[in-house]
Design a protein. Structure first.
Length: 307
């Protein structure tokens, strides 16, 4: 799914974010003194997982940077995204590092990993995102945001398990929508349409976009920036250079690495998710599922009102 990751290396990688940003601060055509600084924040989606090039992750942010650059102006890309990151990591670690780089353009695509924790709290997510968005808006940076598909649907979970996750991701998306409008962000609707439905956009793990998915994501942002007159470069190509993963490759991943991923998730998410699924089944049997939707909507409204 978009931005769902394991966490074994998270703390170590977060300590390396500043170094990583400096290492990746390279423009597509060579950095000039007046190059645009593009800083990307988030989790594995922005890190580029699913789009390997020459042994490293490339991803949509690098593709977009190439599309923003033109003969008149180069672009420096500083990718601070870390696999497994949540909104708290973006607020406490990535944002200070990004502000120190004085970005002209900054992307903040985050939130899926928050929904996969038993500590999920939409009030906390909203407060963190409001602070992050506000910090960059105060520095006149062009802010890029996106809403994302729900992880349950992307994993193909049974309805009773998928619906609670969909409700959580829907709450995060509602918050991102509202705060993007409040802070004047360039917002990409990635929770619907081909980005969510087209399986050829996904890598074999069914957790991250593949090369074509990253290209579509980058092209979506490029179109929004071009509509605002904020880029002169050419739109990133949407067609992948490599073929999409086969069904057998996806099944192999589910039978090997996927099993380990689920096992590690069980220690945190699964016990709570089973309880949520049981509640889902009870309400469905009584015909009162709408109460769960209303409760989620009220929580979002309260979280935004508190800001």
């Amino acid at each position: 799914m978009w931005g769902v990751d394991d966490l074994p290396r998270q703390e170590q990688e977060q300590e390396q974010e500043q170094e990583q940003g400096q290492r990746q601060g390279q423009g597509p055509g060579g950095v000039s003194g007046d190059a645009l600084r593009f800083v990307a924040l988030g989790d594995s989606l922005t890190e580029g997982v699913g789009d390997p090039v020459d042994g490293v992750w490339r991803g949509w942010a690098a593709l977009l940077a190439e599309g923003i650059a033109s003969a008149e102006r180069d672009v420096e890309l500083h990718n601070l995204a870390v696999s497994g990151a949540q909104t708290a990591d973006v607020l406490l670690r990535q944002t200070p590092a990004a502000l120190a780089l004085r970005p002209d353009i900054v992307s903040v695509v985050i939130g899926v990993n928050d929904t996969l924790r038993r500590t999920f709290d939409i009030h906390a997510v909203a407060a963190r995102l409001d602070e992050v968005y506000g910090a960059f808006a105060a520095h006149d940076a062009v802010l890029l945001t996106a809403c994302l598909p729900d992880p349950g649907t992307m994993l193909g979970l049974p309805g009773a398990l998928a619906r609670p996750l969909a409700r959580r991701q829907g709450a995060v998306n509602a918050v991102v929508h509202a705060l993007s409008e409040r802070h004047g962000a360039v917002h990409l609707h990635a929770a619907e349409g081909d980005l969510a439905a087209d399986r050829t956009l996904w890598s074999a793990d069914r957790l991250h976009p593949g090369e074509r998915g990253h290209r579509v994501f980058a092209a979506g942002f490029h179109a929004l920036l071009a509509a605002r007159g904020l880029t002169l470069g050419r739109e990133p190509a949407r067609e992948a250079e490599l073929p999409p993963p086969t069904r057998s490759a996806s099944l192999w991943w589910l039978a090997t690495a996927g099993t380990g991923w689920v096992a590690r998730r069980c220690t945190d998410l699964l016990p709570q998710l089973l309880a949520l699924a049981a509640e889902e089944v009870r309400h469905q049997a009584r015909g009162t599922s709408v109460r769960l939707d209303r409760s989620a909507s009220h929580a979002v409204a309260a979280a935004l009102a508190a800001l």
